[in-house]
Ligand binder design. Structure first.
Ligand SMILES: [Zn+2]
Length: 484
């Protein structure tokens, strides 16, 4: 990717404070680093540029591989949903009615029925599941699709994190003969998502959503949350037990071994490109982005440090190192633009390339290269013959370091709050966990008094003390935060 002739100012001066002016940092870095372009004149619809799109694909491919490894098969279902099918499950209809786009005609003709743009594909798929499924022998089915979905977000849109066209949504849908099988599937899905977020070095907490906030049409759901640099919580993904609600609404029954006909049990779970917006926010710093090495569009950039009279030997070494690393499977790039060496450093740091290799006269002479880490700024001289193994080692170390930093941030942003009476002791930022009796009315009152939204609770985590609203024994902790 040549940047020659680019209209970028010669000197890249990206110097925003990620923690104190996060939104400015976020908006500016996504455009400067060529992740997206927001200038398209439909609110909430973004252009993904090649550099950003490559990172997105590398990210989503990790999840697709995990789904495939656990027996999920990829499918494609249509974007358009007839209104009468969308309306079959009434909680779902109510939950999505404000967000779903409607097509009523063409430029010159009115349609005889309304068609909706999928905000998610339950209703599209389940209409077909009724036609497909006859016997318990047809079960389980575990399918996923990787598509765009449309949601008319009424809140402020925010690049990648809250959009109206979700460009990259991986939604999985499963069907089972028994309740126990569906519950087992929920546990498998949670394990898949844990592996996925772990492989992006994003720390998280997993919470069961309180009843009043459960996904439309579901029995219950578990959400993965992390904390953004501005101290707000964000949902990374959701695992949903639909029970038999959709099966009843869509009349999906199978004949069991004892010849009786029973409604099926269903689950679904989804993750969108939001995960990459979160990842870039969490790992970046005041100089720009920092990609973990497994999803970095460019893992290593080679910068020739040209000295007069030595051009040929330096460039020839750069090329041979480039060829070697490419043949070893690294995503590597040489910067041959006419920018100064210093400007090249700033530029690639801003773009988040995890490793840089500098080659000048010293390196040629010593049969070595200088390797600089993006995460720590540390530079080391590595002998040519040790380069490949050293790079692999450094990559692991960078990823480990990114994860540790992120984990520290998340841990320092979860606060236990026993006494809610003193307003000055309620943290403004981050997540608070409060002892809770488990009753909806107390949870809703906690939301109101703390000025935060309930994220959920961990059913296995017992709290001590009393519910601060009703004074009864606390059953668990309710997690609350300002959220995206
Ligand atoms: Zn209570």
């Amino acid at each position: 990717m040549s940047t020659k002739g680019s209209k970028e100012p010669k000197k890249i001066t990206f110097m925003k404070d990620k923690y104190n002016e996060f939104h400015e940092w976020y908006d500016e870095i996504l455009e400067k680093a060529d992740i997206i372009d927001k200038r398209y004149p439909v609110k909430g619809c973004l252009i993904w540029k090649p550099y950003g799109y490559k990172a997105l694909k590398l990210t989503m491919n990790i999840l697709k591989r995990l789904l495939e490894e656990t027996g999920h098969e990829e499918v494609y279902f249509p974007t358009l949903i007839p209104e009468e099918i969308f309306a079959l499950e009434k909680d779902f209809l109510e939950g999505f009615s404000g967000e779903t786009f409607v097509i009523e005609g063409t430029l010159s003709k009115r349609l005889d029925r309304k068609l909706l743009l999928r905000p998610t594909s339950e209703t599209v798929m389940y209409y077909m599941f009724k036609l497909w499924l006859k016997s318990y022998r047809d079960l389980p089915i575990k399918l996923y699709q990787h598509v765009n979905v449309f949601r008319y977000e009424t809140k402020h849109t925010r690049a990648i994190l809250r959009v109206r066209e979700i460009a990259s949504f991986i939604e999985a849908h499963t069907v089972h003969a028994t309740k126990e099988d569906a519950e087992k599937q929920i546990r498998e899905a949670i394990e898949i998502y844990k592996k996925f977020f772990d492989s992006l070095y994003i720390p998280y907490i997993i919470l069961r959503t309180p009843k009043w906030d459960t996904f439309a049409g579901a029995e219950y759901n578990y959400d993965f949350f992390t904390v953004m640099p501005d101290g707000r919580a964000i949902e990374l993904g959701s695992v949903i037990n639909l029970g038999q609600k959709f099966a009843k609404a869509f009349d999906i029954k199978v004949q069991m071994a004892d010849e009786s006909f029973q409604y099926v049990w269903q689950t679904c779970y989804g993750v969108s490109e939001r995960v990459i917006g979160v990842l870039l926010s969490i790992h970046g710093d005041n100089r720009g982005l920092i990609f973990p090495t497994n999803i970095a569009p460019i893992q290593i950039v080679i910068v020739p440090v040209i000295f007069k009279g030595k051009e040929e030997e330096i460039l020839s070494k750069c090329r041979s190192i480039y060829e070697k690393l490419k043949s070893e499977g690294f995503r590597v790039h040489i910067d041959l633009t006419d920018r100064s060496v210093g400007d090249k450093y700033y530029y690639w740091e801003m773009k988040g390339v995890p490793l840089r290799i500098d080659i000048g006269p010293k390196e040629v002479k010593q049969e070595a290269v200088t390797v600089a880490r993006r995460d720590t700024g540390e530079k080391i001289l590595v002998k040519d013959e040790e380069l490949v193994s050293k790079l692999k080692e450094l990559m692991e170390d960078i990823n480990r370091n990114l994860y540790e930093r992120a984990k520290k941030w998340l841990n320092s942003n979860i606060h236990t709050l026993i006494d809610i009476s003193d307003k000055s002791k309620i943290p403004e930022k981050g997540i608070v966990k409060v002892p809770w009796c488990g009753r909806d009315e107390c949870g809703l009152e906690l939301e109101r008094r703390l000025g935060k939204e309930a994220l959920g609770f961990n059913p296995e985590e017992k709290a001590h003390g009393k519910c601060p609203i009703c004074g009864e024994k606390a059953e668990t902790w309710l997690y609350l935060s300002k959220k995206y």
